[in-house]
Design a protein around this ligand. Structure first.
Ligand code: NG6
Ligand code: CA
Length: 505
């Protein structure tokens, strides 16, 4: 009897110690999901109940941004707290690129590791792997996630439309048979596996532009590969694989604070919904993988619920860049789009300097600290996650660490309505948004990418938009307001030249 009471007391004590510990953090980072793609952001042709529920229980941002309109630079900034455009070689990475994140600088996972967190990345990486020679797919693959602060990694090395089509778990290709080594080239054909260019009759999903090299699982990819047959992923199972690895990580690390970065493949191309989702939306494959993404979120939140972790776990949901409908495969996304507007009422999309390039959904749920059902119009940039997480875990950054990252914890948790004083958006051109004014620097290059049917925002003349009454960036006021153009172009130049934005502010 006495023992029983002691046990109960011990359990209570442990519970209260855990209640005071740092919150777990689960950051779910979707790929190419647009500002208008979720029902909680106004979509009506598609319902995303699990993500909507996060918004209902937490905080939804209307003016949050990835740093860039494409994946690699956005992820680079998220990880390093610095702008990718400051560093050469941070554009969309080929599948055999070497690691582009410096291993001797602070990173988002390293900040949390410093605070005692167990850290993991599960999902898309696309930040390069290995030293200057690139990754050794048949040996130890490093440096990579483990060397920049993740205790555990289970990744898609680049994108699913790029070879090699294998998972990398920690330092090795998962399930690789050493007798069947992998060869990869982005220059010339390797091995004798057919390509989409030569054998379109073998394809279950045909390219619309590019994507005509080695065929894996009936889908032609960017790049050539051969070997590693046992290790090849099955496209339709990727979402479930990532969700089940995430679940496992959460279950195994529930007793200590953990940071899980779940970077989904959905809704990037090639879009290959599992049979549970195929045909379930009215919008073809793109709609179906939005449903699949929503279900992934549901799997994670239900895991947290079942372990009693939801109260003290911050769940963050966002996207790496804006939406694209045809990104290189004939998957019916264009034909079945109907009235759905992936960019909502914003102009542009993925690759674009217009708002839809970087303005993305951002939802933050933390029942222990954030009031349910709130909406924030604060200007927020993902480059600030690093310094904000440092603040959350009561750490101060050294002056030379993550120098573009500001502590915006107050805004991130909805305690403050005040956002960033300004943000920089990266597409081909850089833009700066200050208050409700947006300036896009003059840039040569096509005004529109016809393959993807997206306006890129390039123009030889400066562009100035008043986002408070022209969110669709239709009315260029640069000629009418030369002094504002001067002010904002000077600000952009100052930021560009600045070697320490946090210090400068
Ligand atoms: C482009 C690809 C596109 C996509 C993108 C990267 C072609 C024609 N297009 O080069 O399909 O893979 O790169 O997307 O190859 S991102 O979200 O990872 O930045
Ligand atoms: Ca992307």
């Amino acid at each position: 009897m006495k023992k029983g009471i002691l046990l109960v007391a011990a359990v209570f004590l442990l519970k209260s110690i855990f209640a005071q510990q740092n919150p777990n953090i689960v950051l779910i980072y979707a790929d190419d999901l647009g500002y208008g793609d979720l029902s909680c952001y106004g979509a009506t042709q598609i319902q995303t109940p699990n993500i909507d529920k996060l918004a209902k229980q937490g905080l939804r941002f209307t003016n949050a941004h990835a740093t860039s309109a494409t994946c690699t630079p956005s992820r680079f900034s998220l990880m390093t707290g610095t702008y990718a455009w400051r560093k050469k070689g941070t554009g969309i990475a080929p599948g055999n690129a070497s690691l582009i994140i410096p291993v001797d600088k602070i990173t988002l996972p390293a900040v949390l590791k410093r605070a005692g967190y167990q850290t993991a990345i599960i999902g898309k990486w696309h930040l390069g792997l290995g030293g200057p020679e690139g990754p050794d797919w048949n040996g130890e693959i490093k440096p990579g996630p483990r060397e920049i602060g993740f205790d555990y990694s289970f990744i898609l090395p680049a994108t699913v439309d790029r070879v090699p089509c294998v998972y990398v778990e920690n330092h090795y290709v998962a399930g690789l048979d050493p007798a069947d080594p992998i060869q990869v080239s982005y220059k010339e054909k390797v091995g004798d596996w057919p390509t989409g260019k030569d054998h379109p009759e073998l394809l279950k999903l045909k390219p619309s532009h590019g994507h005509d090299q080695t065929i894996i699982n009936g889908i032609s990819r960017i790049g050539y590969m051969t070997g590693g047959k046992n290790a090849l992923w099955k496209d339709e199972d990727i979402a479930d694989e990532l969700a089940s690895h995430s679940k496992q990580f959460i279950i195994q690390h529930q007793s200590r604070p953990f940071f899980l970065l779940l970077t989904t493949h959905d809704v990037h191309v090639p879009r290959t919904p599992h049979s549970r989702f195929a045909g379930q939306s009215s919008m073809g494959d793109r709609g179906d993988v939005i449903l699949q993404l929503d279900a992934t979120v549901g799997q994670v939140t239900r895991t947290l619920d079942s372990l009693g972790l939801s109260e003290n776990t911050i769940v963050i949901f966002s996207s790496d860049n804006g939406p694209v409908v045809d990104d290189g495969y004939q998957d019916n996304a264009v034909e079945k789009l109907g009235k759905h507007r992936p960019s909502g009422n914003l102009r542009g999309g993925k690759y674009s300097a217009f708002e839809a390039g970087t303005r993305v959904p951002l939802i933050v749920r933390w029942p222990a600290a954030i009031a349910a059902g709130t909406v924030s119009d604060a200007l927020f940039s993902q480059v600030d996650m690093l310094a904000s997480f440092a603040a959350l875990t009561k750490q101060s950054l050294a002056e030379d660490e993550a120098t573009d990252s500001f502590d915006m914890l107050g805004a991130l948790l909805g305690k403050s309505k005040k956002g960033r004083p300004y943000i920089v958006e990266q597409a081909n051109a850089l833009s700066v948004v200050k208050g409700h004014w947006k300036y896009i620097e003059p840039k040569s290059g096509a005004a529109k990418n016809n393959d993807v049917n997206i306006e890129l925002g390039n123009a030889m003349q400066p562009q100035l938009y008043d986002l408070s009454n022209d969110i669709g960036e239709k009315n260029n006021l640069a000629v009418k307001k030369p002094s504002l153009v001067k002010e904002l172009s000077a600000l952009l130049e100052t930021i560009r030249q600045s070697d320490n934005e946090r210090k400068r502010n």
